[in-house]
Design a protein. Structure first.
Length: 65
């Protein structure tokens, strides 16, 4: 499958937005768990990874554009 430059930019942008949004949702769950006094560290770590990966993809897509 051969993507043009515009298609790569579009796919990376959408993927970055989805991953970033997923990270924010998991971050909210980690905050809820922390407030309840339950184990939250794993969710917080996963959220941090997803948020940073999403931002990196969005920035990378903008550079490729």
């Amino acid at each position: 499958m051969n993507f043009s430059k515009k298609n790569k930019w579009f796919v990376l942008s959408i993927l970055g937005i989805l991953i970033f949004s997923s990270g924010l949702c998991i971050f909210g769950e980690a905050l809820t768990l922390k407030n309840r006094g339950e184990a939250w560290f794993l969710f917080g770590t996963i959220a941090l990874i997803l948020i940073n990966a999403g931002i990196c993809l969005m920035i990378g897509a903008n550079i490729k554009k």
